[in-house]
Design a protein around this ligand. Structure first.
Ligand code: MGD
Ligand code: MGD
Ligand code: SF4
Ligand code: MO
Length: 721
């Protein structure tokens, strides 16, 4: 803003109102931006936006502070002596990085180079394909992303069960829906549903309930979403697999399943019936702490609905037995036949991207991960071309000829996000080369040799191609850059293209080899990405509030001859073994009698927002407990406490929260700082580890439902992260 005391040399420019969309989370809400003298003065919801209808959240309305705030990097940085950084022109930085990568590859081979793809990379259409294109050119196998410390249990399910290719039932005409370990009113997530609860979620859920949808929520906390539900089951954290086995038991023994769907599309229903036979509502009550009658009612309500799915989020996919829990959620949908049949209207949401025809058949389980690149760390295999991020720190630290020595981080903050924070920080600090592409000095950036300063969301042209699966209706939007970026920054995609050419690699994008001598513009690349879609790019660019694409008329086709022979595997032997383990293990111990769960807040998306002054209430993330638990522990609301787990400890401020089930502690992730002088809360990954409880296949650590103890006061030892 122009200073009050100095008279402006020119009359102030008028405020111009521009349309765009927010790119901080998958919701992609339509916004109006008041721009004055090249700065965004205000962010408002776009009431004419066909999907978000004027809705924005607290962090979206602070979007300009988030991207243009005081800690915004306006030039790339290079680490100088000690831990300080000095500005470096991006062309110089790119040339240096290419040199250093070449030296590392010459000495140790391409697998010494790794890429970590973070959450914010996904909200820029051009970044993921270009970062991947650079990475492909390196010849390395060391590709990591946040998916494998998030919901890769969903990948594991598809690998072990197979996938029905007709598509999933939709929220819009569902009469029942079950949300487990997800709080869409805050996260805009809702599991891999159909996007209906992603946009303006409270309004969407209220409207659905009004038309008769029955909502069941499974969460140890009475969340904002649970408060709107017909039924709220609050299991002990980490016991969801048993709860879902129990729901299946009721449905199968009471013959409430869809026998026709099961006969046509599953291979082993009898094995599932047998495996869950002993998991009666009484057993569920004992293990999960959910009343047996509630289990029975929930099963009957879910199976009694004619349409609607069970979907899940991080609360399930991060807990112990996460692969099993997610498998049983999928099994519940299968036995209730909650998929689209031949002749029904097919999923239509591919507008800018190519539509994959839906067919009433099964892609069988292939367990392709068994043939993936094998890491020397525990023999863990790549799944869907990625190594699990749970082994990234060990990939860097453990000796071996293909040890990771150079790491490029794109739109992520692994220093805050990885499990076992102590080990993760040690690993990041020990790299020969750490490059972080980030508009802020994040924790990861502070440890990096080079920080590449990219444009931020309102400084770049973009479209919604990669967000399409999250829209409830076929929709697409394009936005031009609304404000001019500072001269020292570079578009994320352009950094990866330049790095590839400085390394002598060619880059393939949307099916063609790009000429590094004459790089395309962002608009040209965005247009290329949409060539196989059904909406011409020119039409898209002419629709400032985005474009509803209408229905394509596509229907679910008949099975092919080959496809008709395939079946879903409901209960492979390894899944059965996991169920037996989940039924016999008891995680509660005297030493760690409580369970730490993780939850999201409206005001921050992962670490983004945690440092914006005045955005997060209280500025830090407290450790919340039920008031009766606090009283039993002799802890007052607001008092300093120590939270301990088998993996570490942290100091936090206790907060009374009566929405939590007894025995549960809740802390939001991705807060805290590597700099002890910053007062920005605590990092929950001081309490997570990569030892006990790590899942087979995707090496997913336990990142929620962690056994902990809470004590008043600060710890005697000073070892804190
Ligand atoms: N214990 C525990 N740990 C967790 C979780 C949990 O629930 N519990 N959650 C896990 C999950 S689900 C996830 S997804 C991860 C989050 O892990 P990450 O995705 O690694 O973390 P973010 O904080 O989202 O990092 C995004 C970074 O991108 C930067 N950024 C913003 N805009 C741009 C841009 O336009 N370009 C570029 N290049 N960068 C940009 C931000 O400044 C920020 O530093 O954490 C995981 N860790
Ligand atoms: N505002 C905001 N939105 C976000 C993000 C953010 O940080 N802030 N992050 C984004 C990202 S990266 C992701 S992956 C998605 C995640 O989206 P969600 O999965 O919906 O994440 P949460 O809102 O944390 O909801 C998880 C819920 O799981 C519950 N839970 C914890 N442990 C257990 C358990 O053992 N069992 C059960 N049943 N429930 C449990 C928690 O109480 C919490 O309510 O959100 C995205 N959207
Ligand atoms: S929900 Fe909030 S952060 Fe997400 S797109 Fe909408 S305004 Fe932006
Ligand atoms: Mo995530």
């Amino acid at each position: 803003m122009p200073s009050q005391s100095t008279a402006p040399a020119h009359p102030p420019e008028p405020v111009a109102r521009q349309t765009s969309f927010c790119r901080l989370c998958a919701s992609s809400c339509g916004v109006l931006l008041d721009v004055e003298a090249g700065r965004i003065m205000r962010v408002l919801g776009d009431a004419h936006h066909p999907i978000s209808g004027g809705y924005t959240c607290a962090k979206g309305r602070r979007g300009s502070d988030l991207v243009l705030g005081p800690d915004r990097l306006t030039t790339s940085m290079r680490r100088s002596a000690g831990d300080s950084h000095e500005p470096v022109p991006v062309a110089q930085a790119t040339a240096d990085i290419a040199d250093r990568l070449r030296t590392i590859v010459d000495r140790h081979g391409p697998d010494a180079v790794a890429l970590f793809m973070g959450t914010q990379q996904n909200f820029a259409a051009l970044t993921p394909p270009m970062a991947r294109a650079w990475f492909r050119g390196t010849g390395s196998h060391k590709l990591f992303s946040t998916m494998t410390i998030d919901q890769s249990a969903k990948w594991v399910v598809a690998e072990r069960m197979g996938t029905y290719l007709g598509g999933r039932q939709r929220f819009e005409d569902a009469d029942v829906w079950l949300l487990a370990g997800t709080n869409p009113i805050v996260s805009g997530n809702g599991g891999d549903g159909d996007g209906a609860v992603v946009h303006n979620p409270s309004v969407a859920l209220r409207a659905a309930r009004k038309r008769g949808l029955r909502l069941i929520v499974v969460d140890p906390r009475r969340t904002e979403t649970a408060a709107m539900a017909d039924m709220h089951l609050a299991p002990r954290p980490g016991t969801d697999a048993v709860l879902f086995a129990g729901l299946l038991q009721v449905i199968l023994t009471e013959n409430r399943h869809d026998g026709d769907f099961c006969r046509r599309y599953t291979a082993d229903l009898a094995a599932l019936i047998d495996a869950v036979a002993g998991v009666t509502p009484t057993v569920v009550q004992r293990i999960c702490g959910v009343d047996a009658n509630q289990v029975r009612d929930a099963a009957r309500i879910f199976a009694g609905g004619s349409r609607g799915m069970a979907t899940s989020g991080t609360g399930l996919c991060m807990g112990p037995h996460s692969n099993l829990a997610e498998h049983l959620v999928a099994a519940l949908n299968v036995v209730c036949g909650r998929y689209l049949r031949e002749g029904e209207r097919a999923d239509d949401r591919a507008v800018l991207t190519r539509r994959v025809p839906a067919r009433a058949e099964v892609a069988p389980a292939t367990r392709a991960y068994e043939r993936g690149f094998r890491s020397r760390i525990g023999g863990v295999r790549a799944i869907r071309g990625e190594l699990p991020s749970g082994i990234l720190a060990d990939e860097i630290l453990e000796p071996g000829s293909d040890r990771v020595r150079a790491l490029i981080v794109s739109g992520g903050n692994p220093a805050a996000a990885l499990p076992d924070r102590g080990k993760a920080l040690r690993a990041l600090r020990s790299l020969e080369l750490l490059v972080c592409v980030d508009p802020r000095m994040s924790d990861t950036a502070r440890l990096a040799h080079y920080v590449i300063a990219p444009t931020t969301m309102y400084e770049r042209a973009d479209h919604t191609a990669i967000m399409e699966p999250f829209f409830p209706r076929p929709f697409a939007q394009y936005t031009p850059a609304v404000v001019t970026p500072p001269p020292g920054v570079i578009e994320d995609w352009r950094f990866f293209l330049d790095l590839a050419s400085a390394s002598g690699q060619s880059v393939k994008f949307a099916g063609r080899i790009l000429d590094p001598g004459a790089p395309p513009t962002a608009e040209q690349l965005l247009a290329m990405m949409t060539e196989r879609g059904r909406l011409p790019f020119a039409d898209l660019a002419a629709a400032p509030h985005g474009q509803l694409a209408g229905l394509s008329g596509a229907i679910v086709g008949a099975a092919t001859e080959e496809g008709a022979a395939h079946r879903l595997s409901l209960l492979p032997a390894d899944v059965r073994g996991e169920l037996n383990a989940a039924l016999t293990e008891s995680a509660v111990t005297k030493q760690f009698p409580l369970r730490l769960t993780v939850r999201r807040i409206r005001e921050a998306i992962n670490s983004t927002g945690t440092r914006v002054p005045g955005l997060v209430p209280g500025g830090v993330n407290p450790a919340s407990l039920h008031p009766d638990d606090l009283a039993a522990l002799g802890i007052a609301d607001g008092q300093a406490v120590t939270v301990r787990s088998a993996s570490g400890q942290l100091r936090a401020t206790a907060q009374a929260d009566s929405t939590l089930a007894r025995g549960t502690v809740s802390i939001t992730h991705c807060f805290g700082s590597v700099d002890p002088r910053d007062d920005v809360g605590v990092n929950v990954n001081a309490l997570t580890g990569t030892g006990h409880g790590v899942q087979t296949i995707n090496a997913m650590p336990t990142m929620t439902a962690i056994p902990v103890a809470v004590e008043p006061g600060v710890p005697a030892t000073t070892e804190m992260t």
